[in-house]
Design a protein around this ligand. Structure first.
Ligand code: TXA
Ligand code: MG
Length: 337
């Protein structure tokens, strides 16, 4: 299959391009498109055969359910039922935006989307291209991140082509995504809502609206709550080490690996401090977690392309998206210091 990449205006997406992409979706094909978090690989959520193409293209295990993206309330009621009142409070506050809500599913949704489960993850993305595509297709769009399974999530069309060349007919290139870390996932089907994946929207922001939430739970009664969380994620080819404790701690770890190609990802702006490193990348301005979140997955891919043996990442502060970022770095890491 030949993969076409079409540049698209992020604020005012060209109608003809949107029509072309939507027509592929309506015909049961897949399309990669930008959202405000990361690029998604989308298919008509009501078409089981189309959704299977996503799993094939990504090499994604069939037991890992997908997020369904909607553009309006009608689509919400088409796919979800028994929606609790606090769900509407959250939608009011955070939609469109990087919050995914897990609800009871309706029968209209084929079981391949939800990995056989009776719940469905839903989100309304805050991106004109994603919005226009869903609206023009006229159907909810199931879309995981557009990376190959276990690779870092794509934040540019170039990342998507690295993983998906020949596997999707179309990639809409809307430039670099704004947030760079995947959406927060919140389960509202349990008595007390539970945070399944950290993201830009934090636990405390959610609790301000709906009261107490069970913090990030990997397992409940021995059962994995969010299947996606059990797989090794965002794995770079190199060994990744997360280091807290600043410059001195980073330098100490570097001395352990003198013979290797060491790449350092840091907040420290005077890179000369790490002159022994093969390369040093700076996350962004000191302690700006938003910029670090935006750059992290992209930096991981650059380290891989540069042939890194070891990637040392300086731990970001916890504020804002920082907590979610630390979660993603930890999942990619083979060692934490
Ligand atoms: O920001 C995002 O959420 C991006 C963009 C494209 O929207 N999408 C994304 O999708 O990150 P994906 O498939 O890479 O991650 C979806 C996560 C997985 O951890 C999956 O297990 C979880 O959501 N999930 C999906 N449906 C679920 C459900 N019914 N119950 C619990 N967890 C669910
Ligand atoms: Mg993903």
């Amino acid at each position: 299959m030949k993969t076409e990449i079409i540049k698209i205006h992020t604020k005012k997406p060209e109608k003809s391009t949107i029509r072309k992409a939507a027509s592929l979706i309506k015909r049961g094909k897949i399309v990669a498109f930008p959202t405000e978090t990361v690029y998604g690989l989308g298919a008509n959520a009501l078409d089981a055969r189309a959704v299977k193409r996503i799993f094939n293209a990504k090499g994604r295990p069939a037991d890992n359910p997908l997020i369904v993206h909607i553009s309006d309330g009608t689509m919400l009621h088409l796919i979800a039922k028994e929606i609790p009142s606090h769900a509407f409070l959250l939608m009011e506050k955070f939609w469109p935006g990087p919050l995914t809500i897990v609800l009871k599913k309706k029968n209209s949704i084929p079981s391949v989307v939800t990995a056989g489960g009776d719940t469905i993850a839903v989100r309304m993305p805050d991106h004109p291209v994603a919005y226009a595509l869903i609206k023009e297709a006229g159907v909810p769009i199931a879309a995981p991140s557009a990376n190959a399974s276990t690779r870092p999530s794509p934040t540019t069309a170039a990342h998507v082509i690295e993983d998906m060349n020949g596997k999707t007919p179309l990639i809409l290139d809307g430039g670099k995504t704004h947030i760079g870390i995947e959406s927060t996932v919140l389960d509202l089907t349990t008595r007390t809502p539970a945070l399944l994946r950290k993201g830009k929207i934090t636990l405390s922001e959610i609790e301000k609206i709906i009261g107490s939430v069970v913090p990030h739970t990997e397992k409940k009664n021995g059962r994995i709550k969010s299947p996606g969380q059990k797989y090794r994620h965002y794995a770079p080819k190199a060994k990744l080490i997360l280091v807290s404790g600043g410059v001195r701690a980073v330098r100490r770890v570097m001395r352990e690996y003198t013979a290797s190609r060491i790449f350092v990802i840091t907040f420290f702006e005077k890179k000369e401090r790490y002159s022994e490193a093969f390369r040093t990348f700076v996350f962004g301005r000191k302690n700006d977690t938003d910029i670090a979140g935006k750059n992290f997955f992209s930096l991981l891919r650059r380290c891989d392309r540069g042939g890194a043996d070891i990637i040392i990442v300086e731990e970001p502060p916890k504020n804002g998206v920082g907590d979610a970022l630390i979660d993603r770095i930890s999942r990619a890491a083979s060692r934490k210091i």
